[in-house]
Design a binder for this molecule. Structure first.
Ligand code: FES
Length: 195
């Protein structure tokens, strides 16, 4: 696994102390930063800042592994499959599912294939086995009943959580689906890449 530059890690997740003091585990990377980086990239590019010829700024983020998850042609609507990402450490359990309905960040010709981390962002309850085909949702969480909408980037629908479920970013290469990054901080981690 590529080692993440501490400054870039901080840009995504904030300082460790910040997260602790705030009592949150949210991703501190804002939407603009996310769009600028495309969520992930494979290299760190150094760019010059106009008017500051000496300055160089990291413009992209490189770190997440590219992991094969499944064949698109083998997925069936509302038949989830499980995998681990970005590693095999704590809280890495994730769900890949073809929703049969267009979704934010959806992959494939129908933009309906999405993946999310299985760990509830409230207090870490496992959402394994809670996929609701009718509502295209995960939940309710067995601890405090939060339910997350998988068509809208994992936003909570009801319950105690106030952070969206971390979404696994997917890439299609022919018929192969790869996990290539994450948007949102996994519960229980101060850095998605440090198990
Ligand atoms: S841990 Fe899931 S709602 Fe509290």
């Amino acid at each position: 696994m590529t080692k993440l530059d501490p400054e870039i890690r901080e840009a995504i997740n904030g300082r460790h102390g910040e997260a602790e003091r705030a009592g949150t585990r949210k991703c501190l990377m804002n939407r603009r930063q996310f769009l600028l980086t495309g969520g992930i990239a494979t290299t760190v590019i150094m760019v010059s800042v106009p008017g500051m010829p000496e300055a160089q700024t990291p413009a992209a983020i490189s770190t997440y592994p590219r992991k094969f998850i499944a064949k698109l042609s083998e997925l069936e609507t509302d038949r989830p499959m499980d995998f681990e990402y970005p590693d095999e450490g704590p809280y890495a359990e994730s769900i890949l599912v073809k929703l049969g309905r267009e979704a934010g960040g959806g992959l494939g010709p129908d933009r309906d294939v999405v993946a999310f981390n299985y760990t509830c962002t409230h207090q870490g309850g496992s959402l394994y086995g809670t996929y609701q085909a009718d509502d295209k949702a995960l939940g309710p969480c067995p601890l405090h009943l939060t339910t997350f909408d998988l068509t809208r980037h994992g936003i909570f629908i009801s319950g105690q959580a106030y952070q969206s479920l971390p979404q696994v970013l997917l890439e299609l290469d022919g018929d192969d689906i790869f996990a290539v990054g994450m948007f949102g901080l996994i519960y229980g981690r101060f850095d998605n890449l440090m198990a």
